[in-house]
Ligand binder design. Structure first.
Ligand code: ZN
Ligand code: ZN
Ligand code: FE
Length: 761
């Protein structure tokens, strides 16, 4: 006696080989019926004996294709139709489209062996892909995910490709970007003036240009890379000069793990992250004697490496280079270039040679970056490979929400039901083209996800361009969200926690509810509310923004706060490299309270220490002073300052001056900077541990979330995380979104939902 089940499956189930997978299982389980893509996911009607139906359903869930994610699985009985045979129906249009589109996926092993197989018809074809790999998010302009909704629509399939596309037993069945040399996209090589390089072998030609030290703009999956030979220091320096990027480290790509091992140490967790099909840049510990160009990562003991993720990368690297610099195709802090004409224009002064292709990129997506801490991979930049997979919430939100994010490392989010979709990394909004990308991303994601915001969440900072943009939107209720509250809610949300938690939120700056700049905060709160339990005792930011670019000003600020004018004749190296006038201008500025706003920023404390140790007194990229301070540490040092061990910590302003004083005294005593740097990290961790213990005593909450850009410092993160565990805390950390402001929008979204529900907009 046959039964028939209607099965609805939602999640990332389109464009990942889900229908052929269901088709195969149906045949193996003797099930009749059909499978179909619908707007919200996949629809199956299955008819057969009860026990076969049960096996069929179980196997769908258990044997799910590698790239698929099931978020909902429902079924119900319906009347049997007496069907025989199982078919795959073509996609249905016009329905409300809520299916998740898959992120872009690094080339798979099967495709890779075809790429290097001289007998294969796709031998050395740079655009080969299949259902298990290739571009997705970056080539889609609408859903359902069908070829007609992608930038592949202009390449009609040839006969052979069409046969593969139609055959449910083929690896390329319904692989929307399927292509071959006969019918698919192709490469072309150009000089900087646009003139085509006449050659039958653009990749071979490109290799010889790179060997000569030329700078190449290479069109990839989510935009252009600027590429140079990583062992040619002159080429790397020239790239720095042209890009306007004095010292910030460059990302690297090597042909395989063995080459990366020549330059870096790789732990098991790091190996897994490098090899994952997401293919992020992974920050690895550099071997001190590595043979790469010295100017790749000055002042750093880490290198950012990724493995090739497109067929083109493999063709370019394998057998040709040990490593290439692969940095975003842009001037510093601008969004990555993606169109051919756009790149030829914007990158004209940067690159000598352009490798173009004609598969349009519809949404720019930078490389993602991950670092590995003691509790696993942490995403520092969440873009290609992650976007647009959602962060799933413990319980659904009531409204459709747009969260605008912060100002630096901006990233926006759209939320509906139990899913929060974060945009790719957008960048620093004070850059006009980044701001244009911000607006464009909001539009593109609204369309792709069919989300119409009913509430808009924004930061409280009145000068953030994201805030200003939100305030211009008419007829949509707004919710302003305090910056560090959003950080706390973000780390709670991605861990499925909605109940009151303690948050140790440490970053460079965020607008406080009292109008001052916060950044060294211990909060207690849930999504609706929070209180500020403790914070770094505020110090002056002499000259405002200038103090951020010039850490020596922060060192003066702390010195003055602790010693008043008595520090002026101290024998500190960084003081000797400033003139008396320079120093007195700052001192008088602070004493008169001129342009010296107060801040509790933890980032600025790291800056001050970095300058006092004479490691970095002026910066040319964000967080440089703190990163170089981290790189200076002697990690075998275990000493915590005695005065910090004995320190009593109460709610309110944390007496950070004791820590600062201990560092200065060490320095005056002639202690090694490597040891002082470590003692500072450990002692600061102890202070926040004590604050968390105090907060637990006060509010009876044993859960503490760590968030904010300071936790990108892996050593500091590992130490505080370990100490909190030792004290029996449940510790919430970021794994799905960045701990920096790139993760802010997630927190804004859940807070806006909670507040909007209260106010019943
Ligand atoms: Zn493949
Ligand atoms: Zn073809
Ligand atoms: Fe922040």
């Amino acid at each position: 006696m046959p039964h028939r089940h209607k099965i609805r499956i939602n999640g990332i189930v389109q464009g990942v080989g889900f229908r052929p997978f269901v088709y195969r299982l149906a045949n193996e389980c003797s099930i009749a019926g059909f499978v179909n893509n619908i707007g919200s996911g996949v629809w199956v009607e299955a008819e057969g004996e009860q026990k076969d139906l049960n096996t069929f359903r179980d196997r769908i869930k258990k044997e799910i294709p590698p790239l698929a994610v099931i978020t909902e699985f429902n079924f119900e009985e319906t009347a049997p139709l007496g069907e025989t045979g199982f078919i795959i129906k073509s996609s249905e249009h016009g329905r409300k489209a809520t299916a998740f589109i898959s992120p872009d996926v690094g080339v798979c092993e099967d495709c890779l062996s075809e790429l290097f197989d001289p007998k294969d018809r796709r031998y050395r074809y740079p655009f080969l892909n299949c259902t298990n790999c290739g571009p997705r998010f970056t080539i889609v302009h609408g859903i359902p995910y069908d070829r007609s909704n992608t930038s592949m629509q202009v390449f009609p399939l040839c006969h052979e490709c069409h046969e593969e596309y139609r055959d449910p037993k083929n690896r390329r069945f319904h692989a929307q970007p399927n292509a071959c040399p006969k019918c698919g996209p192709s490469l072309s090589l150009h000089y900087g003036n646009g003139k085509k390089v006449e050659t039958g072998d653009p990749i071979g030609e490109l290799v010889s240009f790179l060997r000569k030290g030329k700078i190449v703009a290479l069109r990839g999956i989510g935009g252009f890379h600027l590429v140079v030979d990583a062992q040619n220091d002159d080429a790397v320096r020239e790239l720095r000069r042209r890009k306007g990027r004095a010292e910030k480290p460059f990302a690297l790509m090597a042909p395989d793990l063995e080459f990366i091992r020549k330059f870096c140490l790789i732990s098991e967790e790091e190996r897994k992250t490098l090899c994952h099909h997401i293919r992020p840049i992974v920050l690895l510990r550099a071997r001190p004697d590595h043979a790469l160009a010295p100017s790749i990562a000055m002042g750093h003991n880490r290198l950012g490496f990724m493995l090739p993720y497109t067929p083109l990368h493999y063709l370019l690297l394998r057998g040709n280079f040990e490593a290439l610099v692969m940095t975003s195709g842009n001037f510093s802090e601008e969004p990555i270039a993606m169109g051919n004409n756009e790149a030829m224009e914007r990158l004209a002064k940067l690159a000598d040679i352009f490798l173009l292709h004609d598969r349009e990129i519809l949404q720019r997506c930078d490389d993602s970056i991950a670092g590995i801490s003691t509790c696993g991979p942490q995403i520092l930049r969440r873009s290609r490979g992650y976007v647009p997979a959602p962060v799933l919430l413990a319980s659904p939100i009531r409204k459709q929400i747009l969260a605008c994010g912060g100002e630096l490392k901006n990233c926006v989010a759209l939320a509906r039901g139990n899913a929060v979709f974060l945009s790719p990394h957008i960048g620093d909004l004070d850059n006009p083209s980044a701001f244009a990308f911000f607006k464009n991303s909001i539009g593109h994601l609204q369309k792709l996800l069919e989300i119409t915001p009913e509430v808009i969440a924004h930061d409280l900072h009145p000068e953030y361009l994201s805030t200003k943009w939100a305030l211009e939107q008419k007829n949509i209720p707004l919710v302003g969200v305090q910056h560090h509250h959003a950080h706390l809610a973000s780390v709670m949300a991605e861990n499925g926690v909605e109940e009151k938690s303690i948050g140790i939120i440490l970053d460079g700056s965020g607008y406080g509810t009292d109008g001052t700049i916060w950044g060294g905060e211990v909060l207690v709160g849930d999504y609706e509310n929070f209180e500020r339990f403790a914070w770094i005792k505020p110090t002056a930011l002499p000259g405002g923004e200038a103090a951020i670019r010039q850490p020596w000003r922060m060192a003066l600020s702390y010195l003055h706060a602790v010693y008043e004018r008595n520090f002026l004749d101290m024998d500190l190296p960084f003081l000797r490299s400033r003139t008396q006038e320079e120093i007195m201008v700052i001192v008088q500025m602070m004493e008169r309270g001129l342009n010296s706003p107060l801040t509790s920023s933890c980032g600025r404390l790291f800056d001050a220490i970095s300058a006092v140790l004479d490691i970095r007194c002026e910066i040319n990229y964000e967080a440089q002073a703190a990163m170089e301070l981290e790189a200076t540490m002697d990690e075998s040092e275990k000493d915590i300052y005695l005065e910090i061990k004995q320190l009593e910590v109460e709610a309110g302003a944390l007496p950070i001056q004791f820590l600062f004083r201990a560092v200065v005294e060490d320095m005056l005593r002639g202690e090694e900077r490597e040891k002082i740097a470590t003692r500072f990290h450990l002692s600061l961790g102890e202070i926040f541990l004590k604050a968390a213990l105090k907060a637990r005593e006060f509010c009876g909450v044993n859960r503490v979330g760590l968030s904010g850009g300071v936790f990108q410092n892996i050593f500091f993160f590992n130490y505080l995380y370990g100490r909190l565990l030792e004290e029996g805390f449940q510790v919430l950390t970021h794994h799905q979104v960045p701990t920096n402001d790139g993760g802010l929008a997630l927190g804004q979204a859940v807070i806006a939902n909670a507040k909007a529900s209260l106010k019943s907009f």
